[in-house]
Design a protein around this ligand. Structure first.
Ligand code: GRF
Length: 203
């Protein structure tokens, strides 16, 4: 099976997937890494792992939909079974999401449905929450609104700053994302009418 990963930045989640595939923990090949940022460190990680990379820059396209059309065509040509968003910081157009319905995963640094969108760390601190976390979910046209598959919780301690919480959440992300990708690749995970199922059981 083939996986395509979309990134915009550091790519630590990408690295976890590279490692899991290399170790045989995920029975699939990372067929390409796509970035919308030329400077994304994740592109270097892909090159080191000898994974083909592709750059799609917004200014090279007439509009957002045209860019996503081109990305979709590229992915279709590869014949990817799964599209993994790993810090891809651009909202995918509705056309793209419908085209690959049930085949796109994302990881978001919050305990969804809390704190969709950006700056979740600042938001939990402002709210005075005692816990935060990460959620892996299916991607639907609603931002961070698709069915949640797996979450990991971390505590927030008095005196924590954003970077303390972020480090704790990131450690969890690197555990749960490869696991969910494995479930999908093993055919255990499905999205049916907006709901997520593992081994046929509603999550
Ligand atoms: C992660 O925190 C993820 O939850 C969010 O973007 C970040 C990507 O980090 N969607 P990295 O590029 O995988 O290091």
């Amino acid at each position: 099976k083939k996986i395509v990963v979309l990134i915009s930045g550091t790519g630590t989640n990408l690295q976890a997937l590279i490692d899991a595939c290399a170790a045989g923990r995920i029975n699939a090949r990372l067929a390409a890494v796509i970035s919308n940022q030329a400077s994304a460190l994740g592109l270097e990680r892909a090159k080191t792992a000898q994974i083909p990379t592709a750059l799609f820059i917004r200014r090279d396209f007439a509009d957002h939909a045209a860019m996503d059309q081109a990305i979709g065509d590229y992915i279709e040509k590869i014949g990817a079974d799964l599209i993994v968003l790993a810090g891809y910081m651009k909202i995918l157009s509705e056309g793209f999401v419908t085209r690959f319905a049930g085949k796109i995963l994302n990881i978001h640094p919050s305990l969804l449905p809390k704190y969709k969108g950006l700056n979740t760390y600042q938001q939990v601190l402002d709210a005075g929450d005692s816990e935060h976390g990460a959620s892996v979910h299916f991607v639907t046209p609603e931002l961070d609104g698709g069915a949640v598959i797996l979450q990991a919780k971390v505590p927030i301690f008095p005196g924590d700053d954003i970077s303390d919480i972020e480090a704790r959440v990131k450690t969890q992300e690197l555990q749960i994302y490869p696991l969910v990708v494995k479930w999908f690749i093993d055919g255990r995970l499905q999205e049916i009418q907006g709901k997520a199922y593992l081994d046929g059981k509603l999550l």
